[in-house]
Design a protein around this ligand. Structure first.
Ligand code: GLY
Length: 346
């Protein structure tokens, strides 16, 4: 059976959902085809909104990340108003303690004034008050609910196997038959190579969380160390990440991965050793060789790309949604996306 829609978004993670919500909010009907919502990197992330802590050098990428960070409060406010749900956005700032002295950094006493009980080896660091965090799992639920509220069609359990194309995509072959549309948007993250020869590959990240009594929250901001990051939620959960492994789609947490995360976190913030271990998990970042996303037009006139967000998918969701929706609606290239065009790899 062949199904026909106006716009098909392939991929139902944070990027696919955010683009769908932006387009539908502007009155355009969209359908999402999602294989398995639970596999998206969205769930695995820590939810840091951290262009400065991630030390992205001055570049179009930094501009894009800063623009997206600036969109966050309003974007979240609208989603929460639409759904009546809380996405756990917290403008908490990010502290970046360091083990070696480097240029322009605050000394140990100043860093300890932001966060007491840091490890003995911390010599100083940086404070980024404008970096923030969102509870990415809560945000995923909010986006899903916002999509429902807006009447966006989401087809789950569908694996798209193949694009059929001439100069345009003419149809998709999937586990649930043939799908056709006027326009297609690819947002399949680490799995993008299954459909197109673009260099997006999985970079596995293992994570874990510990928990502390909610009445006694000792961490009031994210700690972004040299070997690990520690992301406290307001409900007492503390997320610790993340490994960065080139092991393909190898599933599972490893003992060494968990060991490395815990020792790095305890070195950075020793009180972690007393908190209750709660959960371990992992996910696959959609990486590219230059660590930049692939955004905008594609080799096919009716296919737009929104993939390869690597470490910054949560951060870049609002600007990706806005820019990609604009590209689709105006059928014009966005000059701000020039640096992220797929053709840089050809
Ligand atoms: N954005 C942090 C990470 O990918 O581990």
């Amino acid at each position: 059976m062949t199904q026909k829609r106006e716009i098909l978004i392939i991929g139902g993670g944070i990027i696919g959902l955010s683009i769908a919500i932006e387009l539908k909010s502007q009155g355009v009907p969209v359908t999402i085809l999602s294989r398995d919502f639970s596999e998206a990197a969205t769930h695995a992330a820590a939810g840091m909104i951290a262009p400065q802590a991630e030390e992205i050098p001055p570049s179009p990428m930094l501009d894009l990340c800063l623009a997206s960070r600036a969109l966050y409060p309003d974007w979240i406010r609208k989603l929460e108003a639409l759904t009546g749900m809380n996405a756990g956005y917290w403008a908490c700032g990010i502290l970046a303690p360091r083990y070696q002295v480097s240029k322009g950094m605050l000394d140990r006493a100043s860093i300890l004034a932001h966060q007491r009980d840091l490890g003995a080896e911390v010599v100083g660091g940086y404070w980024f008050p404008e970096d923030a965090q969102v509870d990415n799992r809560a945000l995923a639920k909010v986006l899903w609910m916002a999509a429902q509220e807006l009447g966006i069609e989401i087809q789950t359990g569908i694996q798209v196997d193949r694009f059929v194309a001439d100069s345009n995509i003419t149809q998709l072959e999937s586990t649930q038959g043939i799908w056709k549309a006027d326009r297609y948007i690819l947002a399949t993250g680490a799995w993008s190579q299954d459909l197109l020869p673009i260099p997006v590959f999985p970079k596995k990240g293992q994570m874990l969380s510990v928990r502390i009594n909610q009445a006694d929250l000792p961490l009031k901001q994210v700690l972004y160390g040299e070997e690990s990051y520690i992301v406290p939620r307001q409900d007492g959960r503390i997320v610790i990440g993340a490994t960065s492994e080139n092991v393909g789609f190898q599933k599972g947490n490893t003992s060494i991965g968990v060991h490395q995360l815990l020792s790095a976190a305890i070195r950075l913030y020793p009180p972690i050793q007393r908190f209750t271990l709660e959960e371990t998990w992992y996910g696959f970042r959609p990486a590219t060789s230059d660590e930049l996303p692939i955004l905008g037009s594609s080799p096919f006139a009716n296919l737009t790309l929104a993939t390869g967000h690597y470490r910054n998918g949560i951060l870049l969701a609002p600007i990706t949604a806005k820019s990609i929706a604009q590209c689709v609606l105006t059928e014009k290239a966005d000059p701000n996306l020039e640096a992220f065009h797929w053709s840089r790899f050809s």
